[in-house]
Design a protein around this ligand. Structure first.
Ligand SMILES: [Zn+2]
Length: 514
């Protein structure tokens, strides 16, 4: 008789039901695993043998075939060990086990000593399975924390395979968790920020620009001399972002579950991500890679900030890989076995010096670079990438006298209130569209969503002619103006909003545009 045990496998954030079928036949005693398994699963034969040896159960002297179905989904990783072992257990004890395993899902990697080890990608599997009506999950004890806040499920934490044997074969009781923890204390625990805007003196234009960027999720590059405060301003940015909602927490945490970055200390991601990438990072560590085709920085920055400091130090090929996710808000991996999609809806924030010495256009220090040096230096940022940036902001060095001023500056909390109210306006505006912010409006919807009166149109047309702006840049200006109007709580976009939006597109720093 064929015995069946169920589990789930994730393809991107989507979980798919996988049925492990176990059958045996009169032949040489071997274990065979079929159904598009990867090498890690093939190696589980040894782990299965060792596990049964450890619980003193003799494997049948027959050929055991384990089929992972459906066969068109490639199965990667080690979480199939436990469902395969349970399927063999059912095969051995045949009629003795009357329990219906149909309603349970099993996840876990087996150690050679019979212990059960944590697996990656459990959260997306459980969430997908829940939407398909599953409520009971046998999972490694080391993974339990990531499910503790998910309501409406029963979790059976496992330390060893022995526990499963005792439960199924001897009918020993099993303690389960069926009450979700309150997420509130996690929020409070993580409600601190590295830098508050109140601690940054002056820089009023930069603060204003960053609040607009945060409100409409506009990509931004800050250009300025060394020690002008670009990095500090970037680090203050997370403090003015709206908090993550519960659905968003689950969505972001699923990505972190796949890469194995959830832990007892961080069971879920409750704070918007701020991922700072170093310029020595490889293309793979920024996009995706490894045998499991795991997402990296651009997906870990999903909702919200991907920060590149010293932008011009990054190799060209690394900057180029950003173009597709910046456009599509996701990363698509195409392989012979199919396509995997991961979310990558991030706000791109970067900082750079204007030239090699760093003092081009500085009011006090002389720049020692030649025109060609500056041109070559700035050309490291390609125009196609710049074209996807809504704001290029010049950050001037503050005068030392002003730094010593004793003025109380606006706190992050106060700025965040304005950002949140602009977000709410956008949520209402986009209720019928699959987007959340002004920066995501497509050219197809721009006229409808941001209607402009005649004076505004004339103003834009004249600016476009004078400054030879592309249609794309004009559209970005309109979207930015919409966010400025939203942050001021104004219903229509005016010339003032458009003029302010134009300020955030520095022409002077890029010699190409002179
Ligand atoms: Zn210079």
């Amino acid at each position: 008789m064929i015995r069946k045990v169920k589990t789930y496998a994730n393809v991107g954030l989507e979980g798919h039901e996988i049925i492990v079928e176990a059958d045996s036949s009169k032949s040489l005693p071997t274990i065979e695993i079929v159904g598009l398994p990867d090498t890690a699963i093939k190696e589980s034969k040894e782990r299965l043998r060792a596990t049964f040896r450890n619980v003193n159960i003799e494997l049948p002297k027959r050929k055991i075939v384990l089929n992972l179905s459906p066969s068109d989904i490639k199965k990667v990783g080690t979480s199939f060990d436990l469902p395969m072992a349970v399927a063999i257990l059912l095969l051995i004890y045949e009629e003795k086990i009357s329990l219906q395993t149909d309603e349970f899902l099993f996840f876990g990697e087996l150690w050679l000593d019979g212990n059960i080890k944590r697996v990656n990608g459990l959260l997306p599997c459980v969430i997908s399975a829940m939407t398909n009506g599953y409520k009971h999950f046998f999972v490694p004890e080391e993974n339990v924390y990531e499910l503790e806040y998910v309501p409406g499920i029963t979790v059976y934490p496992l330390k060893t395979f022995q526990q499963i044997v005792e439960y199924f074969v001897s009918g020993k009781a099993f303690s389960s968790i069926d009450q979700a923890k309150d997420i509130e204390h996690l929020y409070q625990k993580n409600n601190t920020h590295e830098v508050d805007f109140a601690h940054i003196k002056w820089q009023l234009l930069a603060k204003r620009a960053l609040s607009i960027a945060a409100a409409g999720l506009h990509n931004i590059i800050m250009v300025g001399a060394p020690w002008s405060g670009k990095t500090l301003l970037s680090k203050a940015l997370p403090s003015i972002l709206p908090p993550l909602g519960f659905e968003e927490i689950l969505e972001v945490s699923q990505v972190y579950s796949i890469v194995g970055k959830l832990s007892k200390e961080t069971p879920l991601i409750t704070k918007r991500p701020f991922r700072q990438v170093h310029h020595t990072a490889s293309k793979i560590s920024i996009t995706w890679g490894g045998a499991r085709l795991t997402p990296w920085e651009i997906s870990l920055a999903h909702k919200w900030i991907l920060f590149f400091d010293e932008l011009t130090e990054f190799p060209r090929e690394v900057l180029e890989v950003l173009r597709q996710p910046l456009e599509d808000k996701s990363v698509v991996i195409s392989r012979v076995s199919g396509t995997i999609q991961y979310p990558a809806n991030f706000m791109f924030v970067a900082a750079m010096n204007p030239c090699i010495c760093g003092y081009y256009k500085d009011p006090e220090k002389n720049c020692g670079c030649s025109y060609m040096d500056i041109k070559r230096y700035q050309a490291k940022i390609s125009w196609p990438l710049l074209d996807r940036i809504d704001m290029v902001l010049e950050i001037p060095r503050e005068n030392i006298d002003r730094i010593l001023d004793n003025i109380k500056w606006e706190s992050s909390e106060s700025i965040r209130e304005k950002v949140v109210s602009a977000w709410r306006i956008q949520q209402k505006r986009f209720i019928w569209l699959n987007i959340t912010s002004n920066s995501q409006i497509t050219s197809q919807h721009i006229d409808e969503l941001i209607p402009l009166d005649e004076p505004c149109k004339n103003f834009l047309a004249e600016a476009a002619r004078k400054l030879t702006l592309s249609t794309r840049i004009v559209h970005r200006t309109i979207k930015l103006a919409r966010t400025i109007a939203d942050i001021q709580g104004q219903e229509t976009v005016t010339i003032n909003h458009l003029a302010e939006a134009m300020q955030y597109r520095s022409k002077t720093m890029f010699v190409e545009a002179e």
